[in-house]
Design a protein around this ligand. Sequence first.
Ligand code: IZC
Ligand code: ZN
Length: 409
Amino acid sequence: MSSLLIHNIGMLVTPEGTEARRGVEQGKVRVLEHAWIYAENGEIISCGDRNMPITMGQKLDAGGRLVTPGLVDAHTHLIFGGWRQNELAMKLRNVPYLDILAAGGGILSTVKATRAATEDELTAKAAAALDEMLAFGTTTCEAKSGYGLEKEEELKQLRVIKRLNKEHPMDLVPTFMGAHALPPEFKENREGYLKLLCEEMIPAAAKQKLAKFCDVFCETGVFTAEESRRILQAGLDNGLTPKIHADEIDAIGGSQLAGEIGAISAEHLIVCPDEGIERLAEGGTVACLLPATSFYLNSTYAPARRMIEAGVPVALASDYNPGSCPCLNLQLVMNIACLKYRLTPEEVLTGVTLNAAAAVGMADKVGSIDRAKQADLVIWDAPDLNYLCYRLGSNLAHTVIKKGEICHG
Ligand code: IZC
Ligand code: ZN
């Protein structure tokens, strides 16, 4: 048996429970001062601010620092070849994201680079990104395919995710996103690609147990709400839980569809209409908001406060991808969520831990410092949660612990 006792914690802050927190509950967190956490075999046994257990196992002095659950990044496009730094000059000339895509750039240029890369190359590149994420305090992350856009190429990306989940300390949750764009081969044949997705690609990903979720980019010029419904229904028929990129640039019915089809999460929601918020609340869908993308696209910000007021659980994620958000730092996401969404530090913490875990179906295992959850923890170079949300641009992760083992710091 291995055990770990973290003592001399200045402040322990965590949401509680195994389900997403919504409404005023999103802002209620447990706070313990002068605290300790005891873990055995990678699992949290207890925590408190008195009666510290006496143990012969490993001891770690937190030096009076802040400790929170490990962060959960509920939305990443982790696996890709190449980069898109050439798009920066276009952005500065105000060329819109969707125009770059329509001209065969954007996602489609990453598709080219990803198809050209071997599984080993994609694995090495993504592993380096995961190292960086861990160093910033992320201990679980969702990862999407979506730069293959053909059966074998999408399965290749999903196999990389599976391999990294085994080989890297990070927990990865795989999402099939073959419906990320219409591949160039099907430019004149939308129906052909929809059939391929629904009848071959989704069943293959599900049968090979390479994906847990099915996601679709519901957007002007990409997939319509009706096409998205068909794709997500095919996912459901094959045992994949729906997720949806909705209302990122245009509101074309994605958030309404998310609530109606019972998606576990809806992503972006930058221009989500009131009716969409209502459907999300009714469907119990987590709003997975990506504030660093709004910053990077120089767009407006999702109506996060209205969502919380309407009882929609809000999660916050990085959207790490080579186009609209080449950023994997969730600390920066937390800063932007406070300043631009006007969320409180407590609401933000819940958004990057428990609600993010719920968005990827992992809230029974990670996302809070609760008995029987994984001992995924971050010791921060910060005295309290306010400080963590207030400092900008530094990496404040001092020690990152994954399943009771120190993996960074
Ligand atoms: O590669 O541009 N929005 N998908 C939907 C993305 C951004 C990723 C990309
Ligand atoms: Zn995305």
